[in-house]
Ligand binder design. Structure first.
Ligand code: MG
Ligand code: MG
Length: 252
């Protein structure tokens, strides 16, 4: 069942979304070569808690961190660790969730550390742009397949591939609600979009093939070919007209 949010619920989701967005900006400003992913995670958790919110991911299905922090060939779900050091030239995916009065924001960015390769910069840029291609069709009356098609066709036209074994999702009182939002699809197929639906759209884009595997830690998803991967996610609300970006600063 897809849950439609009323204006009161959307107001809370805007606040949760703003805190999520700000936590990502805290992460962006804190990242420097030599720091561990656990140090970065701690800064994110402190910021969320300072806002009177809770980190959604902490303890979710047993996840030990407040954020998923994934480097380079890691796609998603990297576990923050005091043994994992961030280096110059890395790309760092930070995925954050914040819960405020029962509602969640979910957003992710890929940050370059110092000077990174031209291909890495292009991968990050294409991944972000593919989200905005999805935004163009995230409108009442369209369907979930339109979103996936928009993401995948843009990514493929730029010579990269989308990860298919993990998807975006509805977001609200639960971190993961229906519907699933694959980063591929057929136009005009899948669930119809209605005003009040809140969705986490999250392209995961690989420089090489789409194939991924899960490491033995049970969480970390990596590219099968060892090439780079980027991630870009926002929580949005479907309206009668343009979609609203919930995980953006300065909205409420
Ligand atoms: Mg996320
Ligand atoms: Mg998500």
């Amino acid at each position: 069942m897809i849950i439609i949010k009323n204006s009161e619920q959307l107001k809370l989701m805007r606040i949760a979304g703003r805190i999520t967005a700000e936590a990502l900006m805290v992460a962006r400003d804190a990242i420097r070569p030599g720091m561990t992913t656990l140090e970065l995670d701690t800064k994110i958790r402190h910021y969320i808690e300072k806002c009177g919110a809770t980190p959604t991911f902490l303890g979710y299905n047993g996840f030990p961190g407040s954020a998923c922090i994934s480097l380079n060939q890691e796609v998603i779900h990297g576990i923050p660790s005091n043994k994992r050091i961030i280096h110059e030239g890395d790309i760092v995916k930070v995925d954050v969730g914040a819960r405020f009065r029962g509602y969640n924001g979910d957003s992710a960015r890929t940050f370059p550390v110092g000077k990174v390769s031209d291909e890495a910069l292009r991968l990050i840029s294409v991944t972000e742009q593919s989200f905005y291609e999805a935004m163009k069709v995230a409108r009442a009356g369209n369907r979930i397949g339109d979103i996936g098609h928009a993401v995948e066709s843009f990514v493929i036209s730029n010579g990269f591939s989308v990860v298919k074994s993990f998807t975006g999702h509805g977001v609200g009182a639960e971190l993961h609600e229906e519907p699933e939002i694959p980063n591929y699809g057929r136009p005009g197929r899948g669930a119809r979009l209605y005003p009040g639906m809140t969705l986490a759209i999250e392209p995961m884009v690989n420089a090489g093939t789409e194939n991924v595997k899960v490491l033995r830690d049970g969480w970390t998803v990596v590219t099968a070919d060892g090439k780079l991967s980027a991630h870009y996610e926002n929580s949005i609300a479907i309206t009668e007209s343009d979609p609203i970006l919930l995980t953006e600063i300065g909205l409420d």
